[in-house]
Design a protein around this ligand. Structure first.
Ligand SMILES: [Zn+2]
Length: 321
């Protein structure tokens, strides 16, 4: 067949009608405590793939449970580890209740966790690593949900759900299950002696979206060699969500080292500041957030609650930053 005939045939088959992936963006919307600010408890982000798949990362305490109107459709929930500020042991009554420096965490989510309550209401899949899936499967089942919606992605493996590839990566942290989620005599006995349940290691995530964007979500972690060896060298992450609040996870200087020397993404979203990070939407002078922004060599985007940022396949913010 001559070349012109090939082209005619391909066009007829629709093979040359391709959407330029680079023009498509992943939308990232922080669901924090107070609209337009970056507050102490803020962890939750919704990632929306260009194909419409919506992924909720670490609902924590600032998503007002399953009834939070900001959630919309949630296809996938990610939980980096079992601590209450990530899985959601309690949460605010409604978005913008309380204040940035005194967050409202008045609604208890034990023994279910907020992540499970949202998954039940939205029929989402909960994708976790380590030995967390059986915990979530049991909670879903106990509440009339489908235990098969607890999905495993253990280190080195990945799952692709609704066009988003999800892998878990090392996070150097602890991952105890609070006895409050266990309850009964066993939960009480554990609480009395001060021990937590074991569901394996804490994790971070690497997400690959349909526009080619690869995003690293650090979870709570110290500095690890895998941030260079796995997250940069293997997955080639171009956007990072970096926890930088110190004490429980890397502080501003350590987190900046991870970004500048190990992961080297095109841009980074700060997370988990455990402080009032902004006042009137501007980074607060003298804050850890400010120290992190100043120490990082690539653009740092501060996640202002409710403000959607868009990222292209190369990790560059194209709108909302
Ligand atoms: Zn934490």
């Amino acid at each position: 067949m001559r070349l012109s005939n090939w082209i005619t045939t391909l066009c007829a088959a629709g093979a040359l009608v391709v959407t330029p992936a680079i023009a498509q963006t992943v939308k990232v919307t922080p669901l924090g405590g107070i609209d337009g600010e970056f507050c102490p408890q803020d962890r939750a982000l919704v990632f929306e793939d260009p194909n419409g798949t919506r992924v909720l990362y670490d609902p924590g305490r600032t998503v007002a449970g399953a009834a939070d109107p900001r959630l919309g459709k949630i296809d996938i929930i990610l939980v980096s580890h079992m601590h209450g500020d990530h899985v959601g042991n309690a949460h605010n009554k409604a978005p913008n209740s309380g204040s940035c420096d005194k967050p409202d965490m008045s609604v208890s989510a034990v023994p279910n966790t907020s992540a499970v309550n949202i998954a039940l209401a939205k029929k989402s899949k909960i994708v976790t690593g380590s030995e967390m899936p059986p915990f979530f499967a049991a909670k879903l089942k106990a509440n009339g949900g489908d235990p098969a919606n607890a999905v495993l992605a253990r280190f080195g493996g990945s799952v692709t759900i609704a066009g988003v590839r999800i892998a878990t990566v090392t996070a150097m942290h602890s991952n105890g299950v609070d006895p409050d989620y266990i309850g009964g005599d066993l939960g009480k006995a554990m609480k009395d002696v001060g021990i937590a349940g074991d569901v394996g290691l804490a994790t971070g995530y690497v997400l690959t979206f349909s526009n080619g964007l690869v995003a690293y979500l650090s979870g709570d972690t110290g500095i690890t060699a895998d941030q260079e060896l796995v997250v940069r060298n293997h997955y080639r992450a171009k956007l990072a969500v970096m926890n930088m609040g110190d004490g429980f996870t890397t502080g501003p200087a350590e987190a900046a080292y991870v970004i500048n020397e190990l992961v080297k993404p095109a841009s980074v979203i700060a997370s988990h500041a455990n402080e009032v990070g902004t006042v009137d939407g501007k980074v607060r002078p003298g804050s850890k957030t400010e120290a992190f922004v100043k120490a990082v060599k690539v653009p740092v985007h501060v996640p202002l609650s409710g403000k959607t940022m868009e990222f292209d396949g190369a990790g560059k913010c194209t709108s909302g930053c």
